[in-house]
Design a protein around this ligand. Structure first.
Ligand code: NAD
Length: 372
């Protein structure tokens, strides 16, 4: 079954149900819809379809912001599968999901996100070519995402402490998953003093043993004293209830949608906490996926060194936002939001102008609705 509807101005939501394979998926696109949406595939046991839809919408918004912040030619895209990741994965599921993605004719390009593994992407890539993070391309994007967070952290340290050196800095990583682990490796190599928490104690202890980290109780993570708090689990972690218990100087991490509300950026600023917006800090994975997508269209091999050079430039990007926010005496998130909103509007205006001249790239929905 296939249904489609807009969920906001300039958006499209495609829902796919296939009882035989157990597929219960939605693909959300947001922004300049004449550009493809590039974003990961997330699997979680959502309590309801409505909850899964809402997450897909939120994540597509975040992906649009990320692409705009990095000036990449993509709209926001995300796939969300509802189900227990330890039970639903099967050849039939990947086949059905591949068919769903193929039905959109390249307007959505999938990749890895929470509970998708490299082996899953490899299997899915046999069903659809509209997927990145393949073993022949960038592979698991987490190390690229971690490198971007690391560069953003160094830019924040320079801004806050006058030095990029992270040796002896007390860094708390929330979430010992793919990104948390790769980031811990970089920080351990730099001599940072690490703490780790995870709701799965085995993951926390595995990271702790490898990188000499202290394991802390996940329920107390946000209030645990540290200099740099690094959310790498699931957002939102910064809420009206938790914001006053944060003791860190800097918050910079990979998790999407870390702030329950954008207005909390002002609260963090008032408390003297430097917060790097999540969609900026975690853009390394998108840069890697975009690198693979570009290489494939140009029929050339994926170039990891070129992508790492791009990610290293995130230092200057983040440093620029931090400087501007300081000059304007505004939270960094507000400066980013203004910049990104303007860029999104420019992209949407250009897409509308292009749509007047040619037919839309996005497949037309039912009832004659054209999601542009
Ligand atoms: P992952 O699933 O590999 O790891 C997440 C970890 O967080 C798991 O070990 C899980 O047990 C733990 N966790 C969940 N809830 C927690 C909680 N309340 N407290 C402590 N730990 C908790 O995911 P990942 O790929 O490492 O991604 C981490 C975050 O970064 C996600 O929000 C993801 O959307 C975001 N992100 C990831 C990438 C990427 O390249 N993988 C790119 C951009 C953004």
């Amino acid at each position: 079954m296939f249904t489609t509807r807009p969920f906001a101005h300039r958006s499209a939501m495609y829902q796919f149900r296939d009882d035989a394979s157990g597929l219960n998926a939605r693909i959300a696109l947001y922004g300049a819809l004449n550009r493809p949406g590039l974003g990961g595939i997330r699997i979680l046991p959502y309590a309801s379809d409505a909850e899964a839809d809402a997450d897909a919408e939120r994540l597509a918004f975040a992906m649009a912001r990320k692409a705009a912040a990095l000036n990449l030619p993509y709209c926001g895209g995300k796939t969300v599968l509802r189900g227990d990741p330890s039970r639903i994965k099967s050849p039939a599921l990947w086949k059905a999901l591949g068919e769903a993605i193929n039905s959109l004719k390249g307007v959505y390009i999938g990749g890895e996100d929470v509970n998708m593994r490299l082996a899953d992407i490899a299997t899915l890539s046999r069903e659809t070519r509209h997927v990145v993070g393949t073993p022949d391309g960038c592979g698991n994007p987490a190390p690229y995402t971690a490198l971007g967070v690391f560069r953003a952290m160094k830019a924040s340290a320079l801004h806050r402490y006058g030095s990029t050196v992270l040796r002896d800095r007390r860094v708390l990583i929330q979430g010992a998953g793919s990104v948390g682990m790769a980031l811990a490796e970089l920080l351990h190599g730099e001599g940072a003093v690490l703490s780790i928490c995870d709701i799965d104690p085995r993951s926390a202890h595995a990271l702790a043993e490898r990188y000499a980290a202290r394991v802390i109780d996940p329920a107390r993570a946000i209030a645990t004293p540290c200099e740099i708090f690094c959310p790498c689990a699931l957002g939102p972690v910064i809420t009206a209830d938790t914001v006053n218990s944060i003791t860190a100087d800097i918050i910079v991490g990979a998790a999407n949608n870390q702030l329950a509300e954008t207005s909390l950026g002002r609260h963090l600023q008032a408390r003297g906490i430097t917060y790097v917006p999540d969609y900026l800090a975690n853009a390394g994975g998108l840069l890697a996926g975009a690198g693979e997508h570009k290489a494939r269209r140009g029929l050339v091999a994926f170039d990891p060194a070129a992508v790492k050079t791009e990610i290293n430039r995130m230092f200057d990007l983040v440093a620029g936002y931090l400087k501007q926010a300081e000059t304007l005496d505004l939270p960094v998130i507000d400066v980013c939001e203004t910049f990104v909103s303007n860029r999104l509007e420019d992209g949407i205006a250009a897409s509308e102008a292009a749509a007047e001249k040619s037919s839309s790239l996005v497949p037309q929905g039912p009832h004659g609705w054209l999601p542009l």
